[in-house]
Ligand binder design. Structure first.
Ligand SMILES: Nc1cc(-c2ccc3ccn(Cc4ccccc4)c3c2)n[nH]1
Length: 243
């Protein structure tokens, strides 16, 4: 997968080159190119923003600069790209989104700042046949799109073959069965007088699976009842309902 990121703060994306994702890049499982939006300005001040029509607080990012940048970055007809624009006003980015995007050959992320990007940039891209996804990573307000891109790239990249050491992790992680993950434990058996649940130390794999499912259901009911409502009627069996 090829990922391009356009931003006025390229160094914000440096964490993508660390640790697991950095190793995936070194191994060629992922290609990440970060572009400085100011490279497409032509004035001495390298202006990327201007006052909003209609008044109001803050500034809006200028369409000319973004238009030229995306013309260049998206100019790969042989590699169809999806343009992703983080915004508080976007559709929710979910694990399902991450799975869908993991199948893409190329993702281009446009990181806005200030109050966002002039709407005509997105209209123009769509008019030219580019798929444009405006996405939110949660109901809270950030200062720019870069942190959202870090979140989304990590969520997508970990699903790519070979990136995670243990592929079962991605297959079995939270949300893969629609439930939250239950509690995890490791050595020592007792820590500060707190013991690991007996069932996990026995060898009964059926009992362990049941216990883990029960804890996941319990946690989901307590913290995210909306996820339970979203599960289909057949998602929970009798044992689940008894849990
Ligand atoms: N889930 C999520 C995404 C964002 C986000 C993404 C990109 C940008 C670009 C500028 N801002 C600041 C902004 C504040 C308020 C209204 C509009 C824009 C951004 C915020 N916040 N929260």
């Amino acid at each position: 997968m090829r990922i391009d990121v356009v931003t006025i703060f390229p160094s914000y994306l440096q964490p993508l080159r660390e640790a697991l994702l950095g190793r995936a890049i070194d191994r060629g499982l992922l290609e990440v190119a970060v572009h400085d939006l100011r490279d497409w300005t032509h004035d001495v001040h390298q202006a990327v923003d201007d006052s909003p029509y209609g008044g109001g607080p803050g500034m809006v990012m200028r369409p000319q600069v973004w238009g030229e940048a995306l013309d260049d970055v998206l100019a790969t007809p042989d590699l169809p790209a999806r343009l992703v624009v983080p915004t508080p006003a976007g559709r929710p980015f979910t694990q399902a989104t991450a799975h869908a995007w993991a199948a893409e050959e190329r993702l281009v992320f446009a990181c806005g700042r200030y109050e966002g990007i002039d709407e005509r940039v997105l209209l123009d891209a769509r008019a030219r046949g580019i798929t444009v996804d405006e996405v939110s990573i949660g109901d809270y307000v950030l200062v720019g799109g870069e942190v959202a891109v870090l979140v989304m790239v990590e969520a997508v990249a970990r699903l790519l073959p070979g990136v995670l050491g243990n592929p079962r992790s991605a297959a079995e992680d939270s949300f893969s069965d629609g439930l939250l993950e239950g509690p995890s434990y490791t050595r020592p058996e007792v820590w500060r007088e707190l013991a690991v649940p007996d069932v996990l130390r026995g060898g009964n794999h059926a009992a362990i699976a049941r216990w883990r499912r029960d804890r996941a259901l319990e946690r989901t009911r307590d913290r995210r009842p909306d996820l339970l409502d979203a599960l289909g009627p057949d998602a929970l069996d009798a044992a689940d309902r008894a849990a």
